[in-house]
Design a protein around this ligand. Sequence first.
Ligand code: HEC
Ligand code: HEC
Length: 204
Amino acid sequence: MRHHSVIQWLLLAVLISLIPAQALAGDGDPESGKRLFAKCRACHGADGDPRAYAESPVPFLGGQHSEYIVMALNGYAGGTRIHAGMQSRVEGLSAQQKQDIGAYLAQFELKAFSVPRSDTPSEIEQKVENCRSCHGERGNSFVAGFPRLIGQNRDYLIKVMRDYKNASRKNPTMVYIMNKVSENDLVRFADYYSSQPDGLSPVP
Ligand code: HEC
Ligand code: HEC
C-alpha cells in the first residue's frame, strides 16, 4: 500500500474513534425488545431462512451491538439506508422501542477469545488489518458503534459492501473506505468474515 493511503486510513480511524459511544447508547429493556421482535422473526429468526431472499440477503443479528442496531434502524427510517422492506418495518417504532430491540439482540453474547496471529499472514489477513481498528480481530468488534462482521451472512456482506461502494448506503466512512476496495477484494472480505468458526447468528 502506498504511504499516503496508510496515513489516510490511520487519520480516519482516529477521527471515527472520537465519536462518543454514549451518544448512541441508551437503556433498553430486553424483555420488551423480545416481544417487539416477534414480527421480525420471519426473516431474522433461527426458523426463518436468512438466505431465502436472493436479491436481498438477510443479516444475522444475534450478538450484534445494541448501539449499532439502533443506528441501523434509524438509517432505514431516515433514508441513509435504502431498503423499502426494512423502512416500512421500522417507521412505526419509537426511539425507546428501537433501544429495547437493541438490548434484546445484544444479549446473545459472542465468546471473547484471543487469536494467535500467524507469523506469515495470508494476503487477505494483511488486507483486513485495514478493517481491524474499527471492526476488531476477525470482525469481532468490541466498540458499540462499529458492527460485528464475524460470522455474518456472506451474501449480505457482499451486497452491503457494494451498497457502500455505489453510495446507496450513505455512511461516509464506509463509502470512503469501499471506494478504495476492488470488487475482487470485496468478495474475499466477505469470504473471510463469513467463514470464521463462530460469530453472529440468526436470532435463536
Ligand atoms: C421480510 C423480511 C424482514 C423482516 C420481517 C425484517 N427484516 Fe430486518 N432486514 C431484512 C433485510 C433483507 C435486511 C438487509 C437490508 C439491507 O440490505 O440493508 C435487514 C436489515 C436489518 C438490520 C440491519 C442489520 C445490519 O447488520 O446492519 C436490522 C438491525 C434489522 N433488519 C432489524 C429488523 C427488525 C428489528 C425487524 C422487525 C421490526 C426486522 N428487521 C424485520 C429483512 C427483514
Ligand atoms: C474507521 C472505522 C471503520 C473502518 C476502518 C472500517 N469500517 Fe466498516 N463500518 C464502520 C461503520 C461505522 C459501519 C456502520 C455504517 C452504517 O451505519 O451503515 C461499518 C459498516 C460495515 C459493514 C456493514 C455491516 C452491516 O452489518 O451492515 C461492512 C460489511 C463493513 N463495514 C466492512 C468493512 C471492511 C471490509 C473494512 C476494511 C476494508 C471496513 N469495514 C473498515 C466503520 C469502519
